[in-house]
Design a protein around this ligand. Structure first.
Ligand SMILES: C[S@@+](CC[C@H](N)C(=O)[O-])C[C@H]1O[C@@H](n2cnc3c(N)ncnc32)[C@H](O)[C@@H]1O
Length: 526
């Protein structure tokens, strides 16, 4: 579902308005923001549900909220493999390593990682294990003719789990049905409806013989999952989950909340990334913030069935960052932007000369470049650098395709073979610092506050500053007071990244980063 370098992003934030008391954001999605009524302000939850014709139901802060405070903490109603997932353990949803021994559930015979996988009792045994056995589904899976069919079988597991709640936990099933399946809208998308009919509805009802669920029920569950599921877990876990309450949070391309899920239980915790005023909508990003408007909006339309019209989307420059902007081929300094970013088909025009490009040509160009970028091996510093050089005449320096390459380079300088921190030349250290600063500035625009992206970038940035300043001091290129000044910045970056990434669950790579940041601070005596 997510694109290149969409590192399992789980949210971001939108300063929907300013620091001024909220008067400007419509609770009807169209006109001025109203504060919640008095009785809602006294509600002991930090949020209340509102409704607008544009956004449907959404949450607003019921009181002033502090950045980082827990506003929602909920267990999932259902967890299961991604859409079209590679085979995963039905307990922990981890993919299997190539060549790993095949272990099977002793009851239903589906593949698992180990009989002692703790996820088996939480997610598998209580729900589909016995029914899968009774319906002989593992045997059917063995006869699957293609990898695609196997992936679709894994996709159907989450739908089946949801449906089985109807008998095993009717209260949870009722809660699921509170979510919007957008059936009317989805039914109009013939290809989607037909695909679900063949891949999920017929699989569950006709092939696996769960005929107790009507076609309409299965389609509704498909819709509930498509519209409301959160992608969860660390990289090796291919899972998505449905959460009560949190599903109400509306999308914004500059979101104001962040969320994490606990390994194993997948309990979800939502926090604001910045201080919020009572009445401000809580927002998260259903797409990827380091991406251009054309692409984000198309993704939201295809996967969540709405055209985003947030402040970032309506601004052709995306808050002056130019992450969609092209360079003009007809004049030396011209920048080419969409003439109307809220219309996918609007022509792109140079600000400096009459040059115009049809939207379709822009999409074609970007798709081609995206493919080229995607084909670069994960560790290849030279190829990412070449990509930046090659397309420098065409793309603005902040173009999202460049951001993707730069994001990779930020991490690779210091980690890739032959580019470990102690192996970097001074030029390469400077390059890492430059790239991290560059991306951090953009993250400050798209995900201000306590966002995971900012925490990660700050951690990456402190390393080259620290190494460089020590080297420069040792070679007497800077004075002791200059060194101290630089180390102050390092300490600030470490403190902030430790604070942000400290929200991540223990055991995750981000949490390890927070621990490393804290240790480094201690060593610095800070
Ligand atoms: C996870 S649900 C959010 C809850 C939903 N509004 C409801 O009433 O059930 C996602 C759906 O909410 C609507 N939505 C969320 N954010 C939106 C936005 N910024 N603009 C328009 N629609 C939005 C879209 O219909 C989207 O498919």
């Amino acid at each position: 579902m997510l694109d290149l370098k969409q590192r399992k992003q789980k949210n971001q934030h939108q300063p929907h308005g300013s620091d001024e008391p909220q008067e400007s954001i419509g609770d009807n999605g169209e006109t001025g923001q109203k504060s919640p009524p008095e009785e809602e302000l006294n509600n002991n939850k930090p949020y209340v549900v509102r409704h607008s014709d544009v956004w449907g139901r959404y949450l607003i802060a019921s009181r002033n909220l502090k950045a980082g405070e827990v506003i929602i903490q909920v267990e999932p109603l259902a967890v299961g493999p991604w859409a079209e997932s590679d085979p995963v353990c039905l307990g922990c949803h981890r993919t299997f390593e190539v060549g790993a021994k095949t272990v099977r559930c002793p009851t239903c015979n589906w593949r698992i990682c180990s009989p002692t996988c703790t996820g088996l009792t939480t997610h598998h045994s209580r729900l589909e294990c016995i029914p899968l056995k009774e319906h002989g589904v593992a045997k059917l899976l063995e006869t699957c003719s293609s990898a695609t069919q196997i992936k679709l079988a894994y996709e159907a597991i989450l739908a089946l789990r949801c449906l089985l709640l109807k008998r095993t936990a009717p209260d949870r099933y009722e809660k699921l049905l509170e979510m919007d399946a957008m059936n009317e809208r989805r039914q109009q998308i013939t290809s989607l409806w037909k695909r679900n009919q063949e891949a999920i509805v017929q699989r569950i009802r006709d092939e696996w013989k769960f005929e107790e669920f009507s076609e309409a029920e299965v389609h509704t569950v498909c819709g509930i999952i498509e519209v409301n599921a959160f992608q969860i877990g660390p990289t090796e876990v291919h899972a998505r989950a449905l959460y009560p309450e949190a599903f109400y949070i509306m999308h914004d391309c500059t979101p104001n909340t962040t969320h994490t899920d606990q390994p194993g239980s997948h309990e979800l915790t939502v926090r604001p990334t910045r201080d919020l005023k009572a009445g401000e909508p809580l927002t998260l990003s259903y797409s990827y913030t380091l991406q251009g408007t054309l692409k984000r909006r198309q993704h939201l339309c295809d996967s969540k069935f709405f055209w985003c019209q947030c402040p970032r989307c309506e601004d052709p420059t995306e808050f002056g960052t130019h992450c969609s902007t092209l360079k003009c081929a007809k004049c030396p300094k011209g920048l080419v932007l969409s003439s109307n970013p809220l219309d996918q088909d609007a022509p792109w025009k140079c600000k400096n000369c009459p040059h115009t490009i049809p939207a379709q040509s822009v999409t074609q160009l970007l798709n081609g470049l995206y493919k080229e970028l995607e084909s670069i091996g994960g560790n290849n510093v030279e190829l990412f650098e070449n990509f930046l050089l090659k397309y420098e005449p065409i793309l603005h320096k902040n173009h999202y395709l460049f951001l993707s390459a730069k994001h990779s380079l930020c991490e690779l300088y210091g980690k890739a073979p032959n580019y470990l921190m102690h192996e970097l030349t001074l030029d390469q250290i400077n390059r890492k610092e430059y790239l991290c600063r560059d991306l951090l500035t953009l993250a400050d625009s798209y995900e201000p506050g306590l966002s995971r992206l900012r925490g990660q970038l700050m951690y990456e940035l402190q390393a080259p500053i620290m190494v460089k300043s020590r080297y420069l001091f040792e070679t007497q290129s800077i004075t002791l007071s200059q060194l101290k000044q630089t180390l102050k910045e390092v300490a600030r970056l470490l403190r902030q990244s430790a604070e942000i990434l400290g929200f991540e669950p223990p055991g995750s790579a981000d949490h390890e980063m927070a621990v490393a940041a804290r240790n480094a601070l201690r060593e610095m005596g800070g």
